[in-house]
Design a protein around this ligand. Sequence first.
Ligand code: IPE
Ligand code: IPE
Ligand code: MG
Length: 245
Amino acid sequence: MSFSQSSGESVIPPALPRHVAVIMDGNGRWAQKRLLSRIFGHEKGAEAVRAVVRTCRELGIPFLTLYAFSTENWQRPQMEIDALMGLLRRFVDAEGAELIEKNIRLKVIGTIERLPADLQASLRRLMGDTAANSALQLNLALSYGGRDEITRAARAIARRVQAGTLNPESITEETLADHLDTRGIPDPDILIRTGGEMRISNFLLWQAAYAEIFVTPTLWPDFGRESLLRVFEEFQQRERRFGRV
Ligand code: IPE
Ligand code: IPE
Ligand code: MG
């Protein structure tokens, strides 16, 4: 990434995103290309997670959201689901201390109640232990689906209307946003998808309304610091118009 300024120009810091969201796709293909089981791809993918978290922390990006397991991923073979849950357990055990030490706050978005009870408990503990951290907020999307999230928000809003504490006419876009799992988090500026598929796969349907989209053919286990820096460089060249001229 070039932060260099030509001499004489005023020093305007290059615009970095406030919130980066990533669809971490391609673990299975990475493994299959090497005639390995898909599980190896997920294990290798966990290393890419570490590299991307560290890079965002270093650059001072305030929010990073990683799509780790979708509501649809529950339809995968049980063996693969079990392996992914095992990897998540290992991530919490192995990275918990680093998150605390590096001042990183962990938040889970998605239907955490669907995860195995022990994993839920350790995730909740780590969320509690990192709640006051402020260098980077790492949102892990687990058992997450954008439609599921919006449906849960609709239910919560309907309960308030039924209780008589909310007037339907006063419901705004802010009301909806305040009932999503991402309440209080700015919308993503950048949505990255690795693995080359040109689809959103039920990720951040509401929040990504004006995200700049980057699809790279790089498979997730091969994605790292350099790939992320290239995305940021390209982001700085984009003109965001938000519907204006
Ligand atoms: C993404 O990699 C990780 C998860 C969805 C959990 P995939 O497992 O989808 O890998 P491909 O897309 O089959 O290569
Ligand atoms: C999206 O990848 C979900 C995650 C990365 C967690 P998928 O591999 O599940 O998406 P599809 O099936 O290609 O749409
Ligand atoms: Mg995939």
